[in-house]
Design a protein around this ligand. Structure first.
Ligand code: FAD
Length: 448
């Protein structure tokens, strides 16, 4: 941080792209720091991922570049996979609210999260900063220190505006990544990506091969158990001993990855097991995708590594004018957005100093080297995994915010352990009551 003596606060005109949770929190942090903020949002309402749509894309696999697009990847019955105490923005806790249409559960439905985000936006007056129905189609450096944003309005007109800085908050769960399967072109079955899964009914009586068994895969599998005839899970790290065996029914089998598929409908797994399947459901995650962003090749997406980025946020050569909020995964998203955007806001106002471009680049190179030494593939560059608490603590320290509370770290681990041990009922049955008590004790600070 800069000392108060040499801190000359600067107010900048900042474009935020996206009014999901990331954009809303970023707009608040930038506004609090004295910046002038314009949020571009192509939807007609705030909430991003949390705006559920029962519609699916015209290509259910999500690979046709000309498909009709749906932003949200939520399925109908989705409940959060993190407890509300962890999910909320730190100084605006996600506590149960009274009201007929509110869901007070600890792991509430997606509708309740959207309501929380609407409450947040109302509380901090964010909606007036948002230009709804404007899709950013181009964003690039116009001249030193100026970013040109071109946006398509609802009537089809394209307009443009100039900004001192650009914060990209477009979310990371809309561009499906699918598994490559030898023989798939001739396979007669149906394929879809979890992005386009809404409810289990279309899979009634079918033999389903599910690729991937992470957050979406586990939830979808639970839904399909009572409906599909058979579920075959192709899972790269098929550690079945980690699973709660009682949660897995007899119509579920685990396999290593698919070796090949055939014209007669056969799906052959690497263990030699063959099944005749109706559907392949790719629960294989998403790709970072910034089709509007022009950086003359300075920032690239290479095998799902967005880089080079200092601490997942600033490209050294374009900092602080360009930044990204929310790239890391396996995180607690809303508090992450809060810390990252507080850092961005502070850097843009000169409250917080960035290292030199050379130092940032050296840091990025050292980080990539560490990943390599750990054997972590490129596509997991932004997977924070066990480094989450250290990353939060680093951001909090650089921003001058309180450290990430111990109860949060412990609750995150406790939730994960409970989920692994108790896949079917971890959302309704838990053992971390003392941590919940500590959470609510802290929330009293923010009670209005
Ligand atoms: P988004 O919510 O995706 O918002 C991005 C916004 O940018 C959208 O409104 C979009 O319309 C807009 N946009 C995109 N491109 C443009 C453009 N060119 N011009 C203008 N606007 C644009 N997190 C949790 O904390 N708890 C959970 O339980 C949880 N469960 C999840 C379950 C699923 C199935 C998924 C997919 C995610 C889940 N998440 C969960 C993570 C969730 O994505 C984050 O919580 C968070 O909502 C992401 O916010 P975001 O602002 O980064 O992105």
């Amino acid at each position: 941080m800069l000392s108060p003596l040499n801190f000359l606060p600067t107010s900048r005109r900042v474009a935020v792209i996206g009014a999901g949770a990331g954009g809303l929190v970023t707009a608040r942090e930038l506004g609090r720091e004295g910046h002038q903020v314009v949020v571009f949002e192509r939807n007609t309402r705030i909430g991003g991922t949390w705006v559920y749509s029962s519609e699916i894309e015209s290509d259910p696999l999500g690979v046709d570049p000309n498909r009709t697009r749906i932003h949200s990847s939520l399925y109908k019955s989705l409940r959060t996979n993190l407890p509300r105490e962890l999910m909320g923005v730190r100084d605006y806790p996600f506590v149960p609210r009274e009201g007929e249409d509110r869901d007070p559960r600890r792991f509430p439905s997606h509708r309740e999260v959207l309501k929380y985000l609407e409450d947040f936006a109302n509380e901090f007056g964010i909606c007036k900063l948002v230009r709804f129905g404007t899709e950013v189609v181009f964003a690039g450096l116009e001249e030193v220190g100026k970013w040109r944003v071109e946006f398509r309005c609802e009537n089809g007109d394209v307009d443009e505006d100039l900004f001192d800085a650009l914060v990209v908050c477009v979310g990371n769960y809309s561009q499906p990544r699918v598994a490559e399967i030898p023989g798939i072109d001739g396979w007669p079955g149906e394929q879809l990506h979890s992005h386009n899964y809404r409810d289990p009914e279309p899979f009634r009586g079918k033999v389903v091969v599910l690729i991937g068994y992470s957050s979406s895969g586990t939830d979808i599998c639970q839904e399909l158990i009572g409906v599909a005839k058979e579920i075959h899970i192709a899972w790269r790290s098929a550690k079945t001993e980690l699973l709660d065996t009682e949660s897995i029914n007899s119509n579920v089998s685990f396999h290593p990855m698919i070796e090949s598929v055939h014209k007669d409908g056969a799906v052959v797994f690497q263990d030699g097991c063959t099944v005749s399947a109706d559907v392949i459901l790719h629960c294989t995650g998403y790709k970072y995708h910034f089709p509007f962003l022009e950086t003359n090749g300075i920032v690239t997406v290479d095998n799902n590594r967005v880089g080079p980025l200092y601490k997942h946020v600033f490209p050294p050569a374009l900092a602080p004018g360009l930044s990204f909020v929310g790239l890391p995964f396996k995180v607690v998203p809303f508090p992450l957005f809060e810390l990252q955007s507080n850092w961005i806001a502070g850097v843009l106002s000169n409250r917080i100093a960035l290292p030199s471009k050379e130092e940032m680049l050296a840091d990025v190179k050292a980080f990539y080297k560490d990943l390599e030494a750990l054997g972590k593939p490129k596509h997991r560059t932004h997977d924070l995994g066990d480094c989450l608490p250290a990353y939060f603590d680093w951001l909090a320290a650089v921003c001058g915010c309180p450290a990430y509370e111990e109860w949060r770290k412990e609750m995150y681990i406790a939730t994960h352990m409970n989920k692994v041990a108790n896949l079917k009922s971890y959302r309704d049955d838990w053992h971390d009551n003392e941590l919940i008590r500590q959470a609510y004790e802290e929330f009293r600070k923010y009670a209005t």
